[in-house]
Design a binder for this molecule. Structure first.
Ligand SMILES: NC(=O)c1ccc[n+]([C@@H]2O[C@H](COP(=O)([O-])OP(=O)(O)OC[C@H]3O[C@@H](n4cnc5c(N)ncnc54)[C@H](OP(=O)(O)O)[C@@H]3O)[C@@H](O)[C@H]2O)c1
Length: 330
């Protein structure tokens, strides 16, 4: 039986999670997708860092080995930043390969173009890992909430800021001590600006916006405030009133019909759906016009939670392919 041939672009935190998951759970995954799975090629930047990869896998810096190999069916992309990721994925789609990405910064800006291109070339694009890590929010909205019109979303989309705010309140420590702790635990990047100033949450919010509202808000209707100026004293004071501060990303239509979005700290009380979300966890609260309020919570980042979202995309994609081959409805 012909295997599903996979290429991986990036073998860092997320790429390693995908690589290991495909090995550890191979038997179960092969049963699910109905074919043998083969990791054919891995593209990285610094070959010297990756000596332990199986000799059966071609590990290289040359993306043409993927583009020129018609046997490769699907490309998992897990590198950082808009470029070269966008150009690489465009070329993969044009070479008629399915793609699965975890790259939120790239996808927030170029996602719509990649989706159009994927339709044009009759391939699939999976991007559940771009938003809220292991929480399967994209597939849930795409597959399971088709009849509902989602009216608004409010969410904690960045685990680093949620960890910092939780630690400052619980331990009565300063912002910079909590940031050091986050970095020591490996939750925050060496340059944590993207998280702390709310850019990371904003990228994920824009991906949700494209999916739910089929557009992104005009920049004049977007507010973004970071958490750097929050003090431990203000968190203690709010705690005595029964409140916690959360860095909340929101999107929805306002009373005048404009699509508005914000990422900013907000003091919430016990009744709020995001009050109990602590530490590095993420959560997404949505209001559907039929179902009402729904909240999804779980690990928003990390090697295996993010790999989990990519592997779920992979299984959905190839189960659909098998069904199409067998003539069953997809
Ligand atoms: N980390 C998380 O928890 C998480 C969660 C959700 C989404 N994401 C997203 O997932 C993506 C990957 O994150 P990460 O944390 O895994 O990053 P990472 O640990 O820094 O790994 C990046 C990988 O990309 C490779 N790379 C960089 N530039 C490349 C290029 N031009 N061509 C080929 N390979 C290249 C690097 O190669 P070398 O190893 O050879 O240097 C490395 O293996 C990012 O877009 C991130 O925003 C991450």
């Amino acid at each position: 039986m012909k295997p599903i041939n996979i290429a991986l672009i990036g073998l860092g935190t997320v790429g390693c999670g995908v690589y290991q998951t495909l090995h550890i759970h191979r038997q179960r995954l092969e049963k699910l997708v109905g074919s043998p799975i083969n990791i054919s090629t891995i593209i990285i930047e610094n070959p010297d860092k990756h000596q332990k990869i199986s000799a059966k896998t071609n590990i290289t810096t040359d993306v043409n080995t993927v583009l020129n190999n018609p046997e490769i069916d699907v490309v998992f992309e897990a590198i950082v930043g808009k470029e070269p990721a966008f150009s690489l994925l465009k070329r993969c789609i044009q070479a008629k390969k399915h793609v699965i990405t975890s790259n939120k910064e790239m996808f927030a800006i170029h996602g719509e173009e990649l989706k159009r291109l994927a339709t044009q070339y009759n391939v699939q694009i999976g991007y559940d890992a771009t938003t809220a890590g292991g929480i399967p929010i994209i597939q849930t909205i795409q597959q399971l909430l088709k009849a509902n019109q989602i009216q608004y979303v409010q969410a904690i989309l960045n685990g680093t800021t949620n960890f910092i705010l939780s630690a400052m309140r619980e331990k009565n420590i300063t912002f910079s001590t909590a940031l050091d702790e986050a970095q020591n635990w490996g939750y925050a990047e060496a340059d944590p600006e993207n998280d702390i100033e709310g850019f990371d949450a904003y990228y994920k919010l824009m991906i949700l916006s494209d999916l739910i509202f089929e557009k992104q808000p005009d920049l004049k209707y977007v507010k973004r405030i970071g958490i750097r100026d929050i003090t431990e004293d203000s968190l203690q004071g709010l705690q005595t009133e029964g409140k916690r501060v959360k860095h909340i990303a929101k999107i929805g239509y306002d009373a005048t019909g404009n699509l508005t979005a914000s990422v900013e700290p907000e003091a919430v009380s016990k009744e709020h759906p995001l009050y109990a979300v602590e530490g590095v966890n993420n959560a997404i609260h949505i209001k559907g016009d039929i179902v009402g309020d729904l909240t999804f919570a779980g690990p928003g980042a990390g090697s295996f939670p993010t790999a989990s979202a990519m592997i779920e995309d992979f299984c959905i994609l190839f189960k659909k392919e098998q069904a199409a081959i067998a003539g069953a409805p997809v």
